[in-house]
Structures are given as structure tokens and as C-alpha cells.
Design a protein around this ligand. Structure first.
Ligand code: FAD
Length: 905
């Protein structure tokens, strides 16, 4: 296994486990009823020495590098079930009692009669905890279902032992593939040791994982082989050959679709662009002008692709010294002090939003931080204030957005889904991944799409005068392009999508890449920063990335974030380079180090690039995570689909987010094609413009009754107590527990580790399940004493209802939903953010997790080990960037004669 892909040791080498049936243990809490919902939570374990805890090595991430200050291990409670009360109920397959009563299928002596799948738990003899954690790193709650799984109908009924068994099998399949990602994992591999009565669950889990691209994805030969030579399925047109488009194309080709990718640029990769820079004396380097750092390698699918290609990732080292305005190193004690104070301010901002409740959705993070700054401003000296501003710039870099535009309420809504693991560089550049992913994908370059027509018969995608007909289309163009309206959609996109496009932010980050004749900076670091005393310039060349270890040559990249990034778009490149050199000279010349002239320089212009108009998305004031979902919705009865980094609420603004969104939509398109080929009605399938799913989401923004974790909608016109109502139960509101834990964890040595781990567990946030009741029953339910737990108990035991995913509600519920919708008419839906109600509010999502800067540690490697740059580099003319080959040579493009010249990427 690639050592740089850091899977905790305990997780990586386990022999194939045996599944054994074992009877469920006696239940001590209200949840094990098979009709109830099993949603785990992270709760305090009263007995830390119990074997419900396991040691899990958790890497640390910071907004910028710091040496690790404490051991990287924390004991994690693995708790099964017990969603609302937090008790560790006995359905757990991880408890010691379970394994002690288990009987190996390989040793039939003493085997009880073959149990029924519905009342027995499969127990994994070996390493079920390790498998659960691997599943967790792949984005699955260790011991429950994701909302996506519920919607996909992986189980007919949510909860109970079947769900427990399903998750065990699912986790096992994921772990099995991750053991060797070069393999194509088949169902047959499991059939021998998963007892027959569980084969339906095996089918369900395996088919789900393969079709959604959670396993068996990538570019390993065994996986490429599965792409059929001839396409047998309908034709699909993909707009854009970035990571989202490429991932989708490969997955669809594997399904047998006829794929055509239309790309406006002359190259693949989009916002991943590794540019080969070179100069005299054979000096060259691979410069990452766009997406650079693989953030979190635990579950990162691009880390897996790199592994399949045999590439070793390099961790970005923590060391990141800061230099003052005068070039002197910042006193490390002061640096530490201000960083700690800054983190405390973010905590305060987090608490502030809790106090503010709904009002905070109209407030920017910048306004909140500015208020605090004014309060504390007098107490700090100039240097401390400059340091504070540096941290603000760092935050603007992480979000590619001005703090004054970021939503205080939701700017960090994706933190719970942080991949976990180190931040890494791929030596030679991410262009190598692009090159591998683009191999054999039919991409037509320089085809800029200006019109997309969609209707019940199919799609027409138009570039210039050329019309491409297809059964379906996938649009992966950046949010900036959608915002600009560069593509005309006929008919116009639904208003809710247009509103989402408008609400979400799309920010800016620029870079100056400089190839020097030799390395003159320290070689034991990958980053260093520089302070500014003018707050409006705080993001100007505030952070330098040294790529000397991984780029194949002496390359430095300076980042330009925040307001400075916008001004930089029109800054003559010669001025930019002069300024950067001044900074570098200010730092190094006092040390007696001569700073040479760069051999070649490239300035990016992502904001004026017509194929993106910015860098990546963020949650602007007024927007929320819901907007990512809205952007992901397909339109035209499953004809036009959307992918890309701005369509994933879990992993927005990242390379891996773009990649997984492509896989997601490929699966979605295959689903629609299947439905159509089976001539089934598609009016209840997910992602339909006004599908059951999105309709329900809208309606529940304004529930008619709310209590605890329950919300209800019904027709106001029909006052009959027997009239039907739709009840929604929200699970995963573990905020109180989270908060308690944040207090509790102070006794542990490493709070950051804890928070990071906790963020993984928080993936279970906001899981919704539904049922239909009469209004009378709703009122009865509301009166039940003993909290939500007792109410769920009452629901399932007394009323005997089943809680289901959105799709499982059935046609009667659909007509109820439709009539409520009709009754509410065209009343403008309340904004997703301001619709948050106390008790449901994401603002209460416990401790605030901070946005982590994309940074990685890089393991020192000799230059000889660095592979040659990929063909993704510089195949086309520079785009969105200005190139200076040698700023003393006037006849070189962009070198001063026409300094504002920006060529396409
Ligand atoms: C400066 C910068 C730094 C970044 N740093 C990181 C980082 O360190 N780590 C990280 O994980 N992520 C980072 N990102 C974000 C990451 O690069 C993106 O999230 C990801 O690459 C987006 O992929 P995508 O497929 O969604 O979009 P894109 O890569 O933009 O792909 C969309 C494609 O559509 C094409 N297109 C656009 N309009 C048309 C049209 N009309 N017709 C035809 N084709 C069209 C584009 O040319 C492009 O190829 C960074 C991005 C930038 C810009």
C-alpha cells in the first residue's frame, strides 16, 4: 500500500473476516425495535476502558502548518444505534458480548438452526470496527445509512436488524476494495462466506456501491478493462472535461453509454491545470496553476486514483514561518499567541451565530469578525494586528471569497465532511491524474457550448454552428459560467435553480508561479507567509508555496487572495513580479541570500477566464448548503443533469468534490435511462425538477407543526382529524452531545484530533425519514412525554408505522404532498437559510469546525524521484494567465509590452 495514503495501521491489514450469524442481544433501550430507525451517534462512554473504544490515529489539519504538538491517536467510542438517547444499545455488532456468543460458519459444531435474516445480526469475526472506520473515511456513517442510500431504497424498511446487517456487509465490501484498489471486486468474492439468507442484502449493498462509484472506480487496468468496446446504451453529451466531466464520462462509458465530451478549452482538466515551466540550463518545473492540494487523503478518491497509478503522495509539512512587513521573522511566541487568539475569535463567532439564530443568515462572517476586532483592536499592537490580518487573508484563501461576502451561518457547512488525513501534493502535478482520467475518453476540444435545449425526447447541445443530439446531457461548467449566463438553456432553467445559482458565492484566488534558476529558500519547508500592514492588501502574496520538492525544479508559487485577488486581475504582470521579488528580497537579502531573477513567471487570471469566471464556490450571505443540492438537481424529466464542485454540499470547492459529483450524476443518468427503458413512470424519481424530493424539502421549510425532531405538513383546508399529514423525523441532531463532548474533550490532550474525528461522525447530521399519519395521530404524538425517543417508540410500537426515505412514501403520500403544494400555491418558498427553525437549525451544529486551508505536508524526496511532468502541462497556450518568460526580455508574451494580455486556458 502506498505509505502516503494514511490509513490507520489497524485498518489496513486484516485477513478476510468470517461472517457469522448471532442472535440479537437483549435490548435495553427503546430503539432496537426493527421498525425504528437506527441512527448512531457519538456519545460519551462512561467506561473508557471498555472495548467499545478503539484507538484511531487521526491526522491533524490546521489552517496553516504547525508542528504536531501531541500524539496522533485518540480513543473513539464506536456506538451502534441509539440515535436520540445516546445509549449504546445491544444491537451493536462491535460489543464484546456479541462476539463471544458468535458461531463461526466454518465450524458448524454448535450452530443453531439457520436464522432468518430479519432477526439475526451478522457478526464479523475480525475487524468489524476497522471496516466501519474505513467506510467512515469513504463517506459512510460507520453503522447506519446515508440519506442517499435511503433514497436509493437499499432496504425496504429503514432500521432494525436488517439495516445493521446491511451496513456490516456494505462496510465490508468497501474495506475489501480499499485493501487492493487495483482490483475489480465482484459479488462472487463474498458469496462463499456470507450466508445465503443475507444474499439479498449483499446484492443491494454491492449494486449500490458499484453503481454509485464508491468501489471499482478509477484507472487501474482491471477497472479500465470493464469499459465495453462497443456502447450499447443511449448517447450522453457531457459539457466540460474537468474532473467532474471526466469522472462522469468514464463511469458512463463503463455502463455502456455512448459518450461525447465537449470542452471549450484546448485541454482537459479545467481548473486543474499543471503548466510546464522551463527556461535556460534545462531548468523546468510542473506548476500547479489551479487545484493543487489533495485535502485529506483518508477517503479522498483522487488519492485512490494516484495509488492506482503508482504515484506516491507527499504530505505538506507543517512548518510555516511568517515574516513581518520589514522582512524580519515574526516572533514565534507572538505568532502562536495571535493564532490562538484568532481561533478563539472564530469560536466566538460560532457562538455568536448560535445566539443570533436565524438572523445570522443575513450576516457575514467578516462583519462578525470585524466587530470582535474593533472590540479587541486597541489591546493589540501593530504587529499583532498585521498577524491578525494575515489570518483573515488565510481564511479568504480557504473560501476563495471576501469575508464580507461569506455567510456567518453556513460558511463552514461542509466541515463535518472533511475527508480526514493529511493534505498532500502529487509530485509532477495533478495534471498526471487528469491525463490518466482523460485517456480514451472521446473529448472534442475547442467546442464552446452556447445553447442547450432539453425536452422529453432528449437534448441538443450547440457549439458554434454544430448541433450535438443526445438522449441526455451533463453540464459540468463552473458556477461562474452559469452565473454569467454564457449558456442559454431552452427552456430556461427552473426558478429555484436560477435562485440557487445567484445565491451561492463564486470566489477568486490567483497565483504567481515563478521558476528560478536555483532554490534560494529553505528546503525544510513547503510554505511561508508574509504580513501586510494595509488590511486591503492582506491577501497580496500572503502565502508562498515551495514546490521545489515535488515540481521537479526550483518553483515558488505566491498566492493572492481576498480583495487583492480581484485587483490582481488587472495588475500588469511586470508589476506583480516586481512586488513579489521585493517581498522575497526583503526576507532573504538580510540573511545574506541573493534572490535571483526568475527565469519564467506565470500570473493566473481565473476571474477573467471565460471558462470559469472565478476559482471555486463558497456559501455567500443568504445562501446555504441547500443551494448545492439545488444546483445538483436535474431538469427536464431526467434529460439534463448537473455536476461539478458547486453541486456537492459535502465537498464543494475541491477537486475530489468535483470528481465524486461526476460519479454521482453518472449513476443518476444511468438510473433514468433504466427507468425509461423499462417504460416506467419517472415522475417520482429523485432529482426531477419538481420531484417528490425537492417538493418535500421546500414544503418542510415551513412545517405546519414542529416539536422536537418532528415536523409535520398537512392541508390547512381539510380540518378532519382523520385527514392525512406527512411527518418528518430528523435524526442526527447530535448537537447537544457534540457540545457536551467538546467540553468533555478538554480532558484529552488533543482537542484538534478530537474535533476532526468528531466531524466524521457528524456525517450523520440531518438524516430525514418520513411517514404518513392522520392529523389526530400527530396531535397524540406531540403529547407523548419523555422526549423524542419516547415519541419514536410511540410511533413505531403504538401506531405501528414504518419510517421510510422520501421515495418510500408511496402514491397516496404523493397525492397528499401534491395537494399541500397546490394549496400553498406559488407562494415563494422561504429561503432555505432563513427557514431554519430553532431546534432544527444548522446553527446549532455544535462546536464550529473551521475551514481548513488547503495545505499539505510534503515528504522530502530527492529530485531524481520526481517524475516527468505530464502532458496536461502547457499543451495549450496559457489561459487565464499571463506568462513572462524573462521579465528583462521585452519580446516575450506578456513581458511588459502588453502586460494585460490574458490568453485562454
Ligand atoms: C486557483 C485554484 C486553486 C485551487 N486549489 C485547490 C486545492 O488546492 N485543492 C482542491 O481540492 N481544489 C482546489 N481548487 C478547486 C478545484 O480545482 C475545483 O473544485 C475542481 O477542479 C473543479 O472541477 P470541475 O470539474 O467541477 O470544474 P472545471 O475543472 O472548471 O471543469 C469544467 C470544464 O468546463 C469547461 N467549460 C466551461 N464552459 C464551457 C462551455 N461553455 N463549453 C464547453 N466547455 C466549457 C471548462 O473549460 C472546464 O474544462 C482550486 C481551484 C483554483 C481555481
Amino acid at each position: 500500500m502506498d505509505p502516503s495514503i494514511h490509513i490507520p495501521e489497524q485498518l489496513s491489514s486484516s485477513p478476510p473476516p468470517h461472517f457469522v450469524p448471532c442472535p440479537p442481544q437483549q435490548n435495553h433501550n427503546a430503539f432496537p425495535d426493527p421498525n425504528t430507525v437506527s441512527v448512531p451517534s457519538l456519545v460519551e462512554n462512561p467506561n473508557p476502558s471498555s472495548n467499545h473504544y478503539l484507538s484511531f490515529s487521526v491526522p491533524k489539519k490546521r489552517r496553516r502548518g504547525r508542528p504536531q504538538r501531541s500524539p496522533a491517536s485518540f480513543r473513539v467510542p464506536v456506538v451502534f444505534n441509539g440515535a436520540m438517547n445516546g445509549n449504546n444499545n445491544d444491537l451493536s455488532p462491535y460489543g464484546s458480548s456479541s462476539s463471544s456468543t458468535s458461531v463461526s460458519v466454518n465450524n458448524p459444531s454448535g450452530v443453531r438452526p439457520v436464522p432468518d435474516a430479519s432477526d439475526e445480526i451478522i457478526v464479523i469475526n475480525k475487524e468489524p470496527k476497522a471496516e466501519a472506520l474505513i467506510a467512515l473515511s469513504a463517506g459512510f456513517p460507520a453503522d447506519s445509512l446515508t440519506e442517499e442510500e435511503i433514497e436509493a431504497g437499499v432496504l425496504p424498511v429503514i432500521g432494525g436488524i436488517e439495516q445493521v446487517n446491511y451496513t456490516l456487509i456494505r462496510n465490508h465490501i468497501i474495506a475489501k476494495w480499499r485493501e487492493n484498489v487495483m482490483n475489480w471486486v465482484t459479488k462472487e468474492m463474498f458469496i462463499d462466506y456470507i450466508p445465503q439468507q443475507y444474499h439479498t442484502l449483499l446484492d443491494s449493498a454491492y449494486n449500490y456501491l458499484v453503481s454509485r462509484g464508491y468501489i471499482n472506480f478509477g484507472v487501474a487496468p482491471a477497472i479500465k478493462e470493464k469499459i465495453p468496446a462497443e456502447s450499447s446504451k443511449p448517447s450522453v453529451i457531457i459539457i466540460g472535461a474537468g474532473l467532474a466531466g471526466l469522472a462522469a464520462a468514464r463511469h458512463l462509458m463503463r455502463f455502456g453509454f455512448k459518450v461525447t465530451v465537449l470542452e471549450g478549452r484546448k485541454r482537459a482538466g479545467g481548473r486543474v491545470y499543471t503548466k510546464k515551466m522551463e527556461g535556460g540550463n534545462r531548468v523546468s518545473a510542473a506548476a500547479e496553476l489551479g487545484g493543487s492540494v489533495l485535502t485529506g487523503t483518508h477517503g479522498n478518491p483522487l488519492g485512490i486514483v494516484a495509488r492506482q497509478l503508482g504515484y506516491t503522495l507527499h504530505k505538506v509539512r507543517d512548518k510555516c514561518p511568517l515574516y513581518s512587513v520589514d522582512g524580519k521573522p515574526v516572533d514565534p511566541d507572538m505568532d502562536m499567541k495571535v493564532e490562538t487568539a484568532f481561533n478563539r475569535l472564530l469560536d466566538k463567532a460560532s457562538r455568536l451565530r448560535e445566539f443570533m439564530g436565524d438572523v445570522s443568515v443575513d450576516v457575514s462572517l467578516g462583519a462578525a469578525l470585524e466587530t470582535f476586532r474593533q472590540v479587541y483592536g486597541d489591546a493589540v499592537n501593530d504587529e499583532e494586528m498585521n498577524l491578525f490580518n494575515w489570518h483573515l487573508a488565510n481564511l479568504e484563501y480557504a473560501n476563495a471569497g471576501l469575508l464580507s461576502n461569506l455567510s456567518l451561518a453556513f460558511w463552514d457547512q461542509d466541515d463535518p465532511y472533511d475527508m480526514g488525513g493529511d493534505h498532500c501534493f502529487l509530485p509532477g502535478g495533478n495534471g498526471r491524474l487528469v491525463q490518466a482520467l482523460a485517456e480514451n475518453v472521446p473529448i472534442l476540444y475547442e467546442k464552446t457550448v452556447h445553447t442547450v435545449r432539453y425536452g422529453s425526447d432528449g437534448v441538443q447541445v450547440i457549439t458554434g454552428n454544430q448541433v450535438f443530439d443526445g438522449d441526455m446531457a451533463l453540464c459540468t461548467v463552473p458556477l461562474g459560467v452559469l452565473k454569467k449566463g454564457s449558456i442559454k438553456f431552452i427552456p430556461e432553467l427552473p426558478q429555484r435553480k436560477l435562485d440557487g445559482i445567484k445565491r451561492l458565492g463564486f470566489g477568486l484566488l490567483n497565483k504567481v508561479a515563478m521558476l528560478f534558476p536555483h532554490v534560494f529558500w529553505e528546503t525544510d519547508l513547503d510554505t511561508f507567509g508574509r504580513l501586510f500592514d494595509d488590511p486591503s492588501r492582506r491577501g497580496e502574496f500572503f502565502l508562498f508555496y515551495s514546490y521545489a520538492t515535488v515540481a521537479g525544479g526550483p518553483l515558488l508559487i505566491a498566492l493572492v487572495a481576498g480583495e487583492a485577488a480581484h485587483k490582481f486581475e488587472s495588475m500588469p504582470p511586470t508589476d506583480a513580479v516586481t512586488r513579489v521579488l521585493q517581498i522575497l528580497k526583503g526576507i532573504y537579502e538580510p540573511k545574506g541570500i541573493n534572490v535571483p531573477e526568475p527565469i519564467q513567471t506565470v500570473c493566473t487570471r481565473w476571474g477573467s477566464d471565460p471558462f470559469c469566471f472565478g476559482s471555486y464556490s463558497n456559501v455567500a450571505v443568504g445562501a446555504s448548503g441547500d443551494d448545492y443540492d439545488i444546483l445538483a438537481e436535474s431538469v427536464g424529466d431526467g434529460r439534463l443533469f448537473f455536476a461539478g464542485e458547486a453541486t456537492t454540499r459535502r465537498y464543494p470547492a475541491t477537486m475530489h468534490g468535483a470528481f465524486v459529483s461526476g460519479l454521482r450524476e453518472a449513476a443518476n443518468m444511468a438510473h433514468y435511462a433504466n427507468v425509461r427503458s423499462l417504460r416506467m413512470k419517472v415522475d417520482r424519481t429523485p432529482s426531477n425538477a419538481h420531484s417528490c424530493a425537492s417538493l418535500l424539502t421546500d414544503l418542510f421549510r415551513e412545517p405546519d407543526i414542529e416539536f422536537g425532531s418532528f415536523s409535520v405538513i398537512f392541508s390547512q383546508k381539510n380540518v378532519d382529524p382523520k385527514a392525512p399529514a406527512i411527518l418528518r423525523v430528523t435524526f442526527g441532531e447530535s448537537r447537544k452531545k457534540t457540545h457536551d463532548l467538546s467540553k468533555q474533550d478538554q480532558q484529552h490532550s488533543n482537542k484538534l484530533l478530537f474535533q476532526q474525528l468528531q466531524s466524521h461522525f457528524n456525517q450523520q447530521q440531518q438524516l430525514h425519514v418520513y411517514t404518513m399519519l392522520s392529523r389526530q395521530q400527530v396531535l397524540e404524538l406531540r403529547e407523548v412525554r419523555g422526549g423524542d425517543e419516547m415519541r419514536v417508540n410511540y410511533l413505531c410500537e403504538k401506531l405501528g408505522v414504518k419510517l421510510v426515505g422520501r421515495k418510500g412514501l408511496g402514491p397516496t403520500a404523493d397525492s397528499v404532498i401534491a395537494s399541500i403544494k397546490a394549496e400553498r400555491g406559488d407562494r415563494k418558498p422561504i429561503s432555505p437559510s432563513i427557514a431554519l427553525k430553532p431546534g432544527m437549525s444548522k446553527l446549532k451544529a455544535g462546536i464550529m469546525k473551521r475551514k481548513m486551508i488547503r495545505k499539505a505536508k510534503v515528504v522530502n524526496k530527492s529530485h531524481r524521484s520526481i517524475p516527468p511532468p505530464s502532458t496536461n502541462m502547457g499543451g495549450d497556450k496559457l489561459s487565464g494567465e499571463v506568462s513572462i518568460m524573462d521579465r528583462n526580455l521585452p519580446d516575450v508574451p506578456g513581458a511588459g509590452k502588453n502586460p494585460n494580455e490574458v490568453s485562454k486556458q
